[in-house]
Design a protein around this ligand. Sequence first.
Ligand SMILES: Cc1cc2nc3c(=O)[nH]c(=O)nc-3n(C[C@H](O)[C@H](O)[C@H](O)COP(=O)(O)O)c2cc1C
Length: 305
Amino acid sequence: MKVLVLYYSQTGQLKEIANKCLSPLIEDAETEVDFVNIETEHQFPFPWTRLTFFNAFPESVYGTPFNLKPIQVDESKEYDLIVLAYTVWYLNPSIPISSLLQHEDAKRIFKGKKVITLLGSRNMWVLAQEKVKRHLKLLEADLIGNVVLIDRNKNLVSIITIVRWMFSGKKNSFWGFPRAGIIQEDIEASNRFGNVILNRIKKNELSDMQDELNELGAVDINPSLLILEKRATKLFGMYAHFLSKKGGFHDKARLGRVSLLSYLLPIGAFVLSPITTVSSYLVSIIQKKSLEEEIRYYKQNSLRD
Ligand SMILES: Cc1cc2nc3c(=O)[nH]c(=O)nc-3n(C[C@H](O)[C@H](O)[C@H](O)COP(=O)(O)O)c2cc1C
């Protein structure tokens, strides 16, 4: 069996997750696993500066494709499974992955293939996955599984630790705050999903395996965070429009508005978030039934029209 892992990981966290999660396949003598790093020609810096970080906002939100370095997939190999490992930028698939999904080569790479998505993000990824589902459908690929690792710390705590990590490169715990990113034990334990995948490969049953993955906790959706994410998506759309009216990614004319966003987003998160967290919690109680139904949908791989 041949497995292709397409990934983009800026700090290496997602690569570590992919290595751990897929370790049963990597260690299996009869399974060949090829990792291919997806890179844009433009190098997104790490650590980020305030302006470079927020300047990636409109293109992330709109899914604007960037030029990619040659995609090093050996197209003469017939892969049985593709694992698409991605992170989320501003509630959307990261720019390198969204560029991949719109690339000419992707039409050949993905066509007719079974695909498993593997995410490593902070805690808001649900609507990004809907976009990925739509891209995969257009590419005529068959999504058969989804595994999501998130930072399980409280929302505001994880905002503080991730922002410090992104801007300083420091991931360590400080002033009573936990280490940034996905909890190490969660990464270590992710090989249980790889075991399910390998088992299916061995039984030659590579079809939708989401129920089996979900039994092991592959997708966990917090109703209050889902409501927050949906609200934020609407605001992000409006703000992306406001920024891009001043120009494209390389246009200096929009940097004033980018700078404004760099203050507005944290203020929004810290001043409004406690209020919206309470109101989202109340809404999640009032709309319990419809939310439960929605979450059931988001935990599966089907795509609503
Ligand atoms: C510009 C940017 C925006 C991000 N936005 C989100 C987001 O909307 N939701 C989320 O859960 N994580 C978000 N993250 C965190 C990433 O999904 C990811 O966890 C982190 O960047 C580490 O990934 P890596 O493996 O590529 O280093 C963002 C990260 C960056 C750099």
